[in-house]
Write a protein that binds this ligand. Structure first.
Ligand SMILES: [Zn+2]
Length: 283
């Protein structure tokens, strides 16, 4: 019965890649840990421990500082503004945080309209985004959103869904400095190191929406009028319409749905604002 024999061999061989894939998926599920977002209650699976993630964030931050050396400014009104906003937001984020970050911020003198926050709370702000933000609450909208990606551990979550997790884990064992430039670029992009490094793994819509939600709560808790977030995204929509979108928008597309969602979270944000900044009604 030669036919049957052949089938007997062919069957498991054809299945082998599927079985391997299944083992890989099961392995990932088994090794992943679940985290509950302290602000939204959403449960996510993450590929890295907070320590691994923070170490990668630190390395990526060091890389950005090397790349931008000479353009990092230490003082002046832009630095004062950025530090004031990030300090207030960091205090707001710490209130419910599970993992406490050692927040740091670098301000880069550049026309680039960009800002991002690496895992572990390392923030990079390009001065070009300041006029776009228009006012302090606008800047708090941008930075609150970026900081929320970091505190929500969105990089570790999207890495969990990605095949490049193996490269990343290799990076955790070694150092990013030992990698070839292409590999380093991939990891930098995956960690959210801004448009320059490309969006290797763009944040999902769910993550974008969660960052909007939490960013709104952070800014309100920090004492900024949450309604300014809506005004900010409306300005971004106008920028998109003009065909000159800032780099910041390349991985953060502006949509009407975003503004609609912000409106639904507004009562919650107003409550945060009132709780933390009880003010007598205007006479
Ligand atoms: Zn985002």
């Amino acid at each position: 019965m030669p036919v049957k024999l052949e089938r007997k061999h062919a069957f498991p061989l054809a299945l082998a890649p599927i079985l391997l894939a299944l083992v890989f998926v099961l392995f990932k599920l088994y090794t992943a840990s679940k985290v509950t977002n302290p602000e939204t209650g959403r449960v996510a699976r993450v590929a890295l421990s907070p320590e691994q993630e923070q170490r990668l964030g630190l390395e990526a931050y060091a890389q950005v500082k090397r790349d931008e050396a000479g353009k990092i400014i230490q003082s002046g009104p832009d630095v004062d503004l950025v530090k004031r906003v990030t300090t207030r937001l960091a205090r707001a984020a710490a209130e419910k945080a599970v993992v406490q970050y050692n927040w740091e911020v670098s301000v880069i003198q550049s026309h680039e309209k960009n800002a991002f926050c690496l895992p572990g709370g390392k923030i990079v702000v390009y001065t070009g985004i300041i006029p776009i933000a228009k006012n302090e609450a606008g800047l708090a909208t941008v930075l609150g959103h970026e900081m929320a990606h970091a505190t929500s551990r969105h990089s570790a979550e999207r890495l969990f869904r990605s095949q490049i997790v193996q490269t990343i884990l290799g990076g955790v064992q070694g150092s990013m400095m030992d990698m070839d430039p292409a590999q380093r670029q991939t990891i930098m992009g995956a960690l959210g190191a801004g448009a320059k490094y490309g969006a290797t793994l763009p944040f999902s819509r769910k993550q974008e929406s969660e960052a909007d939600h939490i960013g709104l709560l952070y800014m309100a808790r920090a004492g900024y009028d949450p309604r300014e977030a809506v005004a900010f995204w409306q300005r971004m929509d106008e920028q998109l319409g003009k065909g000159s979108p800032p780099a910041f928008l390349s991985d953060h597309p502006s949509h009407n749905t975003r503004i609609g969602q912000l409106q639904t979270w507004m009562p919650e944000a107003q409550k945060e604002y009132n709780q933390h900044h009880n003010r007598a009604p205007a006479a």
